[in-house]
Ligand binder design. Sequence first.
Ligand code: SF4
Length: 277
Amino acid sequence: MAFARDDNKVLVRTRRCRSALNRTGIPGGDYCVNPYLGCTHNCLYCYASFMLKYSGINEPWGSFVEAKINLPDVLKRQARKPGTVLLGTVCDPYQPAEREFQLSRQVLSILGERGYNVEVMTKSDLVLRDIDLLSRFPGFSVELTITTLDAKISRAFEPGAPLPERRLIALKELNRAGVETTVFIGPLLPGISDSCRQIEELLLAVKAAGGQRVLFDRLNYLKQKFIRLKPVIEKEFPATIPAWNQALTAPDQYSAALRSRIQEALADSGLKGRIIF
Ligand code: SF4
């Protein structure tokens, strides 16, 4: 049922779900929980937009969110066999709608009381609202995505998500509270956010915020994603077109060169890190 458009003119609706806790094949997790369908962070490179195909929704990805209002009740029935839960594998669990619905907060509370480990996957500093729960349960951790330090790049490609500066503040606060954190750095965009200098500066900022672990990823499905990104690249970052053409015509070479830049920066940073491509 549609009931509101929020300040960013996105459509917010509620829906009911039949299952809350689902098995996942993602490394490091036994189960996943996704309290929202749709994500108004609206990242242009989002891999989750494939959900549109299966949900029968016709609105553009990023323009709507559906909150699964009965998810906490369903979760209470299903959560009987503790393991590690990844919260937000498909859609961000701390996107703006969470301010009102508080579904992710309820998920943390239910799973914490029942002895589950939870890794929250988010781009949002709204996660700080639940720092009391995150620091209460020892098996809880946060994987915070920070793709760039540059606000212009972030605004262009992640228009609905909090700016990098706010994510760094969140990282700092979480670390200060003793919550285990990992920074997910990806996807790095060819010619836009993947230079040695940008990677080094990002690692320095993570370190200054008390971060200890990072994960790196490239932009996957390069050709398909380029089609969606192209208008923004041509308008706002035209000088990077040759770098995109190189990456598109020789993706293996591009990946190898990116990997070696990351390895070098990681070694200098002293942070623990992993490259997942
Ligand atoms: S925050 Fe994640 S799920 Fe949401 S639009 Fe961005 S990439 Fe997609």
